[in-house]
Write a protein that binds this ligand. Structure first.
Ligand SMILES: Nc1ncnc2c1ncn2[C@@H]1O[C@H](COP(=O)(O)OP(=O)(O)OP(=O)(O)O)[C@@H](O)[C@H]1O
Ligand SMILES: [Mg+2]
Length: 341
């Protein structure tokens, strides 16, 4: 079954064509980083306009790369929640128009369901049940994926998401937007023990996260010591490494404690922050020490893409889900408990 996936929930316009939920024939992403960089964050109205400009060329490119025609597609999967409403509507309207014109089945995909599904494009994917740490620009959650029809959220952030902590930290340090990848790169040369930041635990007794205190700690550090002048200097590298380490330590500590407590043998990490080198290494090391296996998609499938939407859509189509042409966008919608993963 050939599924066309369309993703436009934030600042990436993406289209992908995936065969049988496993084989990626095309995976095209048009990033809007250049559009938003000067504002230090995503400007919703500009995002919607950029999606309108990019969506048809991205779609054409996906069909060209996959070497298929629209009539060859068996189903159309589209992200309809959560995200920026104007951005979501562009992908949604495109998918609905295609479904109407071609008569092919349409299926709605929750964006986090997409992130959770990216790992199924890899040769080595986690069996059910498994624990998933979703870490992205808007979400930080610990989720039990019980079987293909059921997910259960165990903990979530009470304030900022891990990606927001990276982005806001980078903004404070004048490193531009989006900041996660820049902090990751600069931190590689830094000493993560150089500066002690308070650990951003919500509480030891919940599975929830909190990152707002860490952001304040960085603000206070900058107020007291200033921002290092040389972006490529050792001071900046140490600051990035120390800040990053505080985020990573909390993510890994909560995940491994939960894995131990529930005797979980398989853990996946997904979402944009799962591209972070320090998090990938620390979670893999924790798994080796504690005896759980760690699964992480390659970096380009951690950040937003449409291949993950096509995989989730394929599973939903197999399970018999179909969306009507009055399908709407839902900007803030939690991961459905009966999501098909
Ligand atoms: N190497 C990296 N290290 C740390 N953070 C990273 C890295 N690469 C990307 N990120 C962060 O990942 C986030 C983007 O992830 P993603 O594209 O999944 O977010 P989103 O789709 O906007 O949010 P959500 O998935 O919650 O709706 C940004 O906050 C970005 O800084
Ligand atoms: Mg995302």
């Amino acid at each position: 079954m050939l599924v066309l996936g369309i993703e436009s929930s934030c600042d990436e316009t993406a289209a992908a064509i995936v065969r049988d939920g496993r084989e990626v024939l095309a995976d095209i992403v048009a990033s809007q980083n250049d559009v938003h960089a000067r504002y230090g964050g995503v400007v919703p109205e500009l995002a919607s306009r950029a999606h309108i400009l990019h969506v048809v060329p991205v779609l054409d490119e996906a069909l060209r790369v996959a070497n298929v025609r629209l009539s060859d597609i068996d189903g159309i999967a589209v992200t309809n929640a959560p995200g920026l409403v104007g951005a979501l509507l562009v992908g949604l309207q495109t998918a609905k128009s295609l479904a109407w014109v071609t008569g092919k089945p349409l299926v709605d995909v929750h964006h986090l369901q997409g992130h959770l599904s990216a790992i199924y494009l890899e040769p080595h994917a986690p069996p059910m049940p498994h624990l998933a740490l979703i870490v992205s620009g808007g979400h930080t959650s610990l989720v039990m994926v019980n079987n293909h029809g059921s997910v259960e959220e165990i903990g979530a952030t009470r304030d900022d998401a891990a990606g927001e902590a990276f982005d806001k930290g980078a903004k404070l340090l004048g490193l531009g937007y989006p900041g996660g990848a820049v902090i990751d790169r600069l931190a590689r040369r830094g000493n993560s023990a150089a500066i002690k930041f308070s650990k951003s635990m919500a509480s030891k007794h919940t599975w929830d996260f909190s990152f707002s205190g860490l952001k304040t700690a960085l603000l206070h550090h900058v107020r007291d010591h200033g921002v290092p002048e040389d972006i490529d200097g050792q001071q900046m590298a140490d600051l990035c490494a120390s800040y990053q380490a505080a985020i990573v330590e909390v993510l890994v500590r909560k995940t491994r404690t939960l894995a131990r407590w529930r005797r979980i043998e398989h853990v996946q990490i997904c979402g944009g922050v799962a591209a972070n080198g320090a998090l990938r290494a620390a979670m893999t090391a924790a798994g080796e020490e504690d005896g759980f296996e760690v699964y992480i998609p390659p970096s380009n499938r951690c950040t937003d893409n449409a291949a993950m939407i096509a995989v989730a859509g394929y599973q939903r189509l197999l399970a018999g889900h179909r969306a009507a042409l009055d399908l709407n966008a839902h900007p803030s919608s939690p991961l459905p408990k009966a999501a098909t993963i």
